[in-house]
Ligand binder design. Structure first.
Ligand SMILES: [Fe+2]
Length: 203
């Protein structure tokens, strides 16, 4: 007889934000106005000089919903009684044959991705477990304690939130269509820490 306690589990937040066909068409046209930069992996991202893409008026309702979910994640899941806000946002275009190599996001507490255009057969997002053993042991069965990589399948309209330090990647798009997502970083506003612990900060 034994018990298992999952120590330091990581909560990945997933929800759905449906948008109308008309609004989606409007956004698609709006996306064409931006300049995109090609990355080595074949993906394209909006030019980083567009600091916070979803500050545009056309995104106001979507941005509000992203921030509401971010607040839920911060306050209800992590129980942090602080205000969070989106610091930067951008569009990712993954044409056929492209991929996002393994990376994490700095200067951000929680990151989010909204899956805007997800044709059948395009990859989701994969999280990498960096707390690996230094030996390779093949288990008889994969479970949450022994996997190296956690694949999350995504559908159009999904919004996911995750701690920004988590390494993630997107496998090669082997479909014949482009995968489009809107990604963002976030940080906190107000007072964090505590004078008694000599780590109080006003952000
Ligand atoms: Fe990322």
């Amino acid at each position: 007889m034994y018990t298992i306690e999952p120590v330091f589990p990581t909560p990945l937040y997933k929800t759905q934000i449906q948008i109308s066909k008309d609004y989606k068409n409007n956004l698609e046209n709006y996306f064409k106005k931006f300049e995109y930069v090609k990355h080595r992996s074949g993906t394209w991202g909006t030019n980083p000089t567009i600091h916070n893409l979803i500050d545009g008026e056309i995104f106001s309702n979507l941005k509000k919903q992203f921030e509401e979910h971010l607040t839920t994640y911060t306050k209800e899941v992590f129980k942090y009684d602080v205000e969070s806000y989106i610091t930067q946002s951008w569009i990712n275009l993954n044409p056929p044959g492209s991929y996002h190599s393994l990376h994490y996001h700095t200067n951000s507490l929680f990151s989010g991705v909204y899956y805007f255009d997800i044709p059948d057969g395009v990859p989701g997002i994969a999280f990498e477990n960096v707390r690996k053993h230094c030996v390779e042991i093949f288990p008889t069965e994969w479970n949450q304690y022994n996997v190296h990589c956690w694949n999350v399948s995504v559908a159009e309209g999904d919004l996911i939130l995750f701690p920004s330090h988590m390494y993630h990647e997107v496998m090669e798009n082997t479909s014949s269509e482009t995968r489009v997502s809107i990604a963002f970083n976030s940080f906190l506003k107000g007072k964090i820490g505590n004078k008694d612990y000599v780590n109080e900060m006003e952000l």
